[in-house]
Write a protein that binds this ligand. Sequence first.
Ligand code: TRP
Length: 457
Amino acid sequence: MHEGQAKQREGFSSGMAVFFATLGSAVGLGNIWKFPYLVGENGGGAFLLVYFLCILFVGIPIMVSEFYIGRTTHKNAVGALKELRPGTSWKYIGLMGVCSSYLIMFFYSCVAGWVYYYLFKALKGDFVGITMATAKAQFANVVVGPLSPILWQVIVVGVVAAILAAGVKQGIERITKTLMPLLFLLIIICDIRALTLPGAAEGMQFLFHVDFSQLSAAAILTALGLAFFKLSLGMGTMMTYSSYFTDDNHMFNTAAKVAVSDTLVSLLAGIAIFPTVFSFGMEPGAGPGLLFMTIPLVFSQMPFGDILLVAFFFLTSIAATTAMLSLVEVPIAYMSEERGVSRKKAAIINALIIIIIGVLATLSVDKASLLGQYTILGRGFFDWFDYLSSNILLPAGGFFIALFAGYILKKQDLKYELSNHGTLKIDGLFNVFYFILKYLTPVLLLIVFLNSVGIIK
Ligand code: TRP
């Protein structure tokens, strides 16, 4: 790192800005696309309960730890770990994060491409008079392509790279601050309609009824992976974002508010989707297409539905885009600060990597896709990128971050920074956090891991 670079770094301007920027990273396709379909595939309520526990005992403590690492050093993930423990292997956790960021982007950019494409289709009026059968057929068409999903994926990556090359931080918070509440409102409108469909109660029952016989070891690992994915944890995004935080930010508060708001958005999305699924007699375990098949149907049942559907896909595109900005920011901050590559060049290099490999994901989503028949151990590229990142690398990264914060760093250093150099009274809160971080978080992570590979039952 060069002299004086820390001063040149652009940061978030205030506490509110910190909250909205962080929320902009957390809320994305994870809430609207991944959460509902995983709840659907894994049997509903019991999965949801495990997910909540993962957020509380694993997600929030790791988020606070990442905040500490980023804000105390004001550096990218690799540089931060290097500075805190120079000459050790901890920096490789940062590098592992850079790898995870790519794996996620390979498939995330594909799904974001579908969302942009759906926005375009909604504008054209493709969903007017839609039925369950045509909803399914339209999704199958979009996914199999092959040219249009690649085109939209390239557009998405281009938009993200252009924004990142410009290095805007203030832009992200401002967009999130105005558009996120609108998305929230629109999902609530969706909920009201979905809940008044015939047969809606069955959907609510599916979502909230806890039946542990539905829960497998693999599902527990999936819930854990989803918690990481949702809160953007385990790969340095939150370290990188917190390196731009203001020094007076109450980081426990920020973590709690982000986790609660994010979970609320996911739940509201679930409440829009499951009643619709049951009302139209669809399968809750329909997989990655669940969002795309149900949402046009709910809106088709509403006054002004076609305009509201456009608004929905517009706001979802924005949420997906701000989440992606935070994903690609990790390699970009690393390349520009540790390797001396300009931000612009880093943005171009990353965009190319993501497009070239990401196309493999896009061409392998469905059995009918161009590369759909090529699988390794039963999974195509899309599924492998998703599985490796969410279920392996993010929890592994989180495990090491918890060890680093709980066992390597000094307790008083953590407390000093988290209390904003002693200005906040956080004694009780800190003790609870530290206990969980040291004794619960890593142990839970280990148990879930060993359980899912069958070493313990
Ligand atoms: N949290 C985002 C979502 O739910 C995705 C995301 C952004 C992410 N940055 C991340 C996931 C970092 C894991 C790690 O859509």
